[in-house]
Ligand binder design. Structure first.
Ligand SMILES: Cc1cc2nc3c(=O)[nH]c(=O)nc-3n(C[C@H](O)[C@H](O)[C@H](O)COP(=O)(O)O)c2cc1C
Length: 180
């Protein structure tokens, strides 16, 4: 099993990274190979007018590093979107990468994968994550992927993500990957 974690936080050792580490531990326990991509470090362009024009002209727009991301996703059984909650959505960095699926939608739609959402927030309520969960479900429908669920860590304004939440992500990953 191949697992790819798209880490959407600018903090490479923050709350989201800790939740992702828990998931990674569980996936490895289940025998998976796990690759984490720090999307904040990629420096790929957003979808702007220039990129769309190049895409329409049939150019390869993914040479800025996006090609390696998509190649890795096409080799993955499980794709994890790991993000801090930013104004009721995923981080801009992660959304840029999602938007950049555009050039290779067709290939991604032909490749069945399971998608997991890992998300952290300062506020206490899980309902604030609802729009992001809905978005992930709809993206899965569009890509012919399967939404495999989420691990949410809320209320982190008062404390950093601790062992219990990390364990929850680990258990979730172990169950998910052992089942298949
Ligand atoms: C720009 C920005 C927007 C945020 N928006 C929200 C929000 O809408 N709701 C919330 O509960 N926390 C919000 N937060 C807090 C983060 O989601 C939270 O601190 C998260 O655990 C940070 O993860 P990290 O350590 O990986 O950066 C926001 C933080 C930032 C920097």
């Amino acid at each position: 099993m191949e697992v790819t974690i798209l880490l959407g936080s600018p903090h490479l050792n923050g709350n989201t990274a800790a939740l992702a580490a828990g998931f990674s531990d569980g996936a490895k326990m289940a025998g998976a190979n796990v690759v984490r991509i720090d999307v904040d470090q990629l420096g790929v362009s957003p979808v702007d007018a220039k990129l769309l024009k190049r895409l329409e002209a049939g150019e390869n727009v993914d040479a800025d590093g996006m090609d390696r991301v998509i190649d890795r996703l096409l080799a993955s059984d499980v794709v994890v979107f790991a993000t801090p909650l930013y104004y009721y959505g995923m981080s801009a960095q992660l959304k840029i990468v999602l938007d950049r699926f555009l050039a290779r939608n067709g290939e991604l739609q032909q490749h069945p994968a399971r998608l997991v959402l890992l998300a952290t927030s300062a506020g206490p309520g899980e309902e604030a994550m609802r729009p992001m969960i809905d978005q992930m479900r709809l993206v899965c429908g569009y890509l012919n992927w399967t939404y495999a669920g989420e691990v949410l860590a809320t209320g982190l304004a008062v404390e950093h993500l601790g062992k219990a939440r990390r364990e929850a992500a680990k258990t979730f990953a172990e169950k998910l990957l052992k089942a298949n």
